[in-house]
Structures are given as structure tokens and as C-alpha cells.
Design a protein around this ligand. Structure first.
Ligand SMILES: [Zn+2]
Length: 472
């Protein structure tokens, strides 16, 4: 009797096991995808600031194909690249709306001087002596390394040798809006403004569809380095090639005076008088706009990139960010070049943007953490014209995602994620960086950069620059 019961039990067990194996076989038919990213908290940056708990992001062919509960995603998908998410926050990659990447090589070279003294007596002569295709390649690689390290996945750059910058952007796997700089000075790029505009047009035509990561654009330097006719011509070529323009705008009191003296108007008014804003404009700084100019910016959908560190360091002034936001101007964040910052840390820009507005307005409610996070992500994306592709973690968006580790002591305890990201998080807390669905950094390992080689090359070129400063 006992043996029969045991046999019966064994048969039941076998049926149960085989059933389960069948079940597992079904599980083995999971959809194989490029990447799965889990997170304790997912900051989607959607319109209602949704934060998802214990969820996963399924990524395939560069796109976010599903976001759901971790178990749900695991039941449906499988991937060779599965990134865990315990004690980690996932959010859209940061967008640095204004930089001069290769200037990392001039980091810390002439600090504590006024903008014009700094430019005319230090930066321009050094650039004249040292800037070459090689300088730009090494400096941009160093910048990309630093930006990837800190969770920046897109940057808007303005410097010389845009083709060299584009190649570096493409090989580093980061997204770059690369401006061909237009100025009426002789530059490593061009003899004069017309030459620079022609070169820019060629560059845009060549790179327009060359890489999904590179967007070639035009970068007229400023109203004081080009006359209105030349600025008008730059916009004409931008319209013709359907590209945005990046420009320094209303940065310093010097620019304000220059424009008043030369055009009897402030600089934003002067540009508006030539219909310069009829087309996408990424305007860096905007520290000195009048009330009238703020409404021009709002009406013409000019995107403003706030660079608080650079504005403070060069004592350019305090951009009226809260007033511009109230008027409906779209504001993003940028670092400016490392020579006036002196790093490319977007977390620091976020923190300083918040603190600077609060103390200037004497209003602790000015620029709350959520607004700051939008500036560094979704707003930046809208300003550069990629608002429906990046800047939010939603199905159908391109997968530019970063993960923050929040188990370190300075994140404990954790009541409010947005607050921590703005007021606590540092570059070192970024543990994962994904651009266009590809993993480019994880746990301080860089998959697209040879950091040892870059360090060696930076040291070699810095030795030359350093000895030139000592002898001059
Ligand atoms: Zn700049």
C-alpha cells in the first residue's frame, strides 16, 4: 500500500515537473533585446513628473520599447546586457546646452579676470598659438570623457575644426550638436566671416546625415564679433540648410554697451530687427535682457541656455532666469567652456542655478528642484529641437539614460528624489550612461574611450602650453 502511494506520488511529481519545464520553455521564448535597465526609482520627466518604483526599461535598436514593473519586463524580455537597479535612480541623460569642449585643454590657465581681458589677452592669443586639429581632437576627447563620466549624454558645442569634433563625438558615442563657428576674426577655421559661413555650409552638408549622434549647426560667435549683415547671412544659410543656430547672447555689460553704441539698440533688439530669430536659436547666457527683450525671446521661441558658473566666475552678472521662465521663455542649462567654469559638471550647474536665483531674488521658492531637472533634461531637448526624441523616459523615445547610485553616505536618508538629484548628487554618483540605446559607461568603465591614451596625450600637449605661458 505504502509503495503504491509512493509510486502515485512520484507520477504526480513527474507531471508537475514536466509541466513546469514546459512553462520554462515558454519563458525561454522571451524576446531577446539589446538592453534592460532596472531602477529602484525611474524619473521619467514626463509632463506630470511621474516617478516609477522598482521598474525596468526595455531597450531595443536604440529605442525605449517598454517601461514596466521589473517582474513584468523580466517575464517578457531577455538581454545579454541586463543592468540591475537596486539603490539606483534612472533618469534621462543630461543635456549640456552650451560648451566649448576642446577648451578643457585651457582649464585653469587664466582665472580670475574679466571676460574681455580673459578673451583678448589670454584665450585668443593662446588659441592663436596652439589650436590645431590635434588640439581640438585631444581636448574634445577629454571633454567627452568628463561629460560621459558625469552623465551628460548630449552637448551643444562651439569651437574650431567642427569636423574633428564631429568625429570625436561619433566615436565617443555621445550626442553632439556641433557648431561651425562664425566670426569676423581670423580663426583656425576661416579668414573672415564669409569664409566661415561658406565653410559652415559645407560642413553642414557633409555631416547632415553622416551620424545619428552628430547634428551639424552654425555658431555665429556673438553680436560683437560679427556685424548685422554677416549675422543675417548666417541665418540665411541656417534656414537654407534647415539647421539651428547657437550664439552667445546678451552675455556681458560689454556686449550691451557695444550694441547700444553701434546699433542704438540692445543686442536682442538688434538681432530681432534683422529677423535673426526666425529659425531655431540656442542662445547662451542672456544675462542682460530688458523686459522688452524677454518678450521677444518668448514670442520668437528662442531657447536660452543658462550657464551659472561661467556667469559668476567671469562676473558677467545674474541671468534673470525666474523672470524669463515666468514670461514663457524656454530655459536649459550649460557649462560653457572649461576655461571659464572650470569643469563640465552639470550637477554643479543645476545646484548653482537654483541657489543663484534664490539668493538674487531673495526668494527660496525661486527655481525649485523639479524645474531645474527639467532645464537639464526635457527643456534642453526642446531647445535643440529633439523634444520628441530625448529628454524623457517614455516608450518610443530614443534611449539616452543615466543611472545614479544613491547608496553613498551623502544620499542618506532619501525622502525626495528630485531634491537629492539637484542638491546632493555629484558626477561620481553616475554609475551608468546609455546613449542611443548603447551602454557607453558603467561602473567607471568606458566602452568608447581609451582613457589612458587620452591622459597621456593631454599631459603631452599641456606641457607645451604650460611652458609657453611661463616664457610669455
Ligand atoms: Zn561660450
Amino acid at each position: 500500500m505504502h509503495t503504491i502511494a509512493l509510486k502515485f506520488y512520484c507520477i504526480l511529481l513527474l507531471i508537475f515537473i514536466s509541466h513546469n519545464i514546459n512553462g520554462k520553455e515558454q519563458h525561454n521564448e522571451k524576446i531577446n533585446i539589446d538592453l534592460i535597465v532596472e531602477a529602484k526609482h525611474i524619473l521619467t520627466m514626463d509632463a506630470s513628473n511621474t516617478i516609477l518604483e522598482n521598474s525596468s526599461i526595455a531597450i531595443n535598436e536604440g529605442l525605449i520599447i517598454e517601461i514596466a514593473d521589473i517582474r513584468q519586463i523580466n517575464a517578457k524580455y531577455t538581454s545579454d546586457n541586463h543592468i540591475l537597479g537596486e539603490n539606483r535612480i534612472a533618469l534621462p541623460g543630461l543635456i549640456n546646452g552650451h560648451s566649448h569642449a576642446a577648451m578643457t585643454l585651457l582649464r585653469g590657465i587664466a582665472d580670475d579676470r574679466s571676460l574681455i581681458d580673459w578673451l583678448n589677452n589670454y584665450i585668443y592669443p593662446l588659441e592663436q598659438e596652439f589650436v590645431s586639429a590635434e588640439f581640438v581632437r585631444i581636448g574634445t576627447e577629454l571633454a567627452c570623457w568628463e561629460m560621459i563620466r558625469g552623465g551628460t549624454t548630449t552637448f551643444v558645442d562651439m569651437y574650431f575644426y567642427p569636423e574633428v569634433i564631429s568625429k570625436v563625438v561619433n566615436s565617443c558615442g555621445i550626442r553632439g550638436f556641433v557648431s561651425s563657428t562664425v566670426s569676423d576674426n581670423q580663426t583656425p577655421n576661416a579668414k573672415n566671416a564669409q569664409d566661415a559661413i561658406n565653410g559652415g555650409e559645407q560642413f553642414i552638408k557633409k555631416w547632415a546625415k553622416k551620424s545619428p549622434l552628430v547634428t551639424p549647426i552654425l555658431g555665429p560667435h556673438a553680436i560683437y564679433s560679427l556685424n548685422l549683415e554677416q549675422l543675417k547671412e548666417t541665418r540665411r544659410v541656417a534656414a537654407l540648410t534647415n539647421t539651428p543656430i547657437s550664439i552667445h547672447l546678451s552675455e556681458s555689460e560689454f556686449e550691451l554697451q557695444y550694441s547700444k553704441q553701434n546699433y542704438a539698440m540692445t543686442s536682442i533688439e538688434a538681432l530681432d530687427s534683422i529677423d535673426f530669430f526666425n529659425g531655431r536659436t540656442i542662445a547662451a547666457h542672456v544675462v542682460w535682457p530688458t523686459k522688452k527683450e524677454i518678450s521677444i525671446l518668448a514670442n520668437k521661441n528662442v531657447g536660452v541656455i543658462h550657464n551659472p558658473t561661467s556667469n559668476m566666475k567671469l562676473a558677467s552678472g545674474v541671468a534673470p532666469i525666474a523672470d524669463m521662465l515666468e514670461a514663457g521663455v524656454l530655459i536649459g542649462l550649460g557649462t560653457d567652456g572649461a576655461a571659464s567654469n572650470n569643469d563640465l559638471d552639470m550637477w554643479e550647474e543645476m545646484r548653482l542655478a537654483a541657489l543663484l536665483q534664490k539668493v538674487t531674488k531673495m526668494d527660496p521658492e525661486a527655481l525649485p528642484a523639479n524645474t531645474i531637472l527639467r532645464m537639464a533634461t526635457t527643456n534642453g531637448a526642446h531647445i535643440i529641437g529633439l523634444g520628441n526624441k530625448i529628454g524623457r523616459l517614455e516608450v518610443g523615445m530614443e534611449a539616452d539614460i543615466i543611472q545614479i547610485e544613491f547608496s553613498d553616505v551623502h544620499h542618506q536618508p532619501n525622502y525626495d528624489i528630485a531634491s537629492h538629484l539637484v542638491y546632493v548628487t555629484d558626477e561620481q554618483d553616475v554609475i551608468t550612461v546609455i546613449v542611443n540605446g548603447k551602454l557607453i559607461m558603467h561602473k567607471n568603465e568606458f566602452y568608447t574611450l581609451d582613457t589612458n591614451r587620452i591622459s597621456r596625450e593631454v599631459a603631452a600637449i599641456a606641457k607645451k602650453i604650460g611652458s609657453s605661458i611661463k616664457t610669455n
